[in-house]
Ligand binder design. Structure first.
Ligand code: SF4
Length: 147
């Protein structure tokens, strides 16, 4: 049993979480490293609290009380436009302050979003593929399922 929590970008606070839950069920994107035989339970779900992300300071403590073993920063932080400028800070802060591993990404990057970002010169500079390799490294046909 793996217990995880998800933090989404507050710009998408009305999101129903459908793509994240699908990816968790099908072990795509940020969930690909969890074996299909292992149950994954969501024990926390929240937004960052809105720019600049004040909830990051507090909400991991609540997740830990509920048994969270890892926190996923939702894919919307990476592929929303503009991408969240604080992803690396969030990851470093949570891992340092709370000792929980942070996975950047939930569902795979939708293929149409990846193609749009790849046209932008600063996408390459952001080196998102280094910190979000599981969600960006999915096979194109899997990414297309999330368009
Ligand atoms: S861009 Fe970043 S800091 Fe701003 S609302 Fe989204 S996740 Fe939070």
């Amino acid at each position: 049993m793996k217990k995880i929590a998800i933090i989404i970008c507050a710009r998408y606070q009305n999101c129903g979480g459908g793509k994240c839950l699908r990816a968790m069920r099908e072990r795509h994107g940020g969930f690909a490293s969890y074996p299909a035989s292992e149950t994954v339970e969501i024990v926390g779900y929240s937004t960052c609290g809105g720019c600049p992300g004040g909830n990051i300071e507090y909400v991991p403590a609540e997740f830990i009380k509920n048994g969270a073993q890892a926190i996923h920063l939702a894919t919307g932080l990476v592929v929303g436009y503009p991408p969240c400028p604080n992803i690396r800070r969030f990851k470093t802060f949570i891992e340092t302050q709370f000792g929980l591993p942070v996975v950047v990404g939930t569902h795979p990057v939708p293929l149409k979003y990846l193609k749009a970002h790849e046209k932008l010169p600063f996408w390459k500079e952001s080196a998102m593929n280094q910190i979000a390799s599981e969600m960006i490294g999915e096979a194109p046909e899997i990414m297309a399922l999330y368009d």
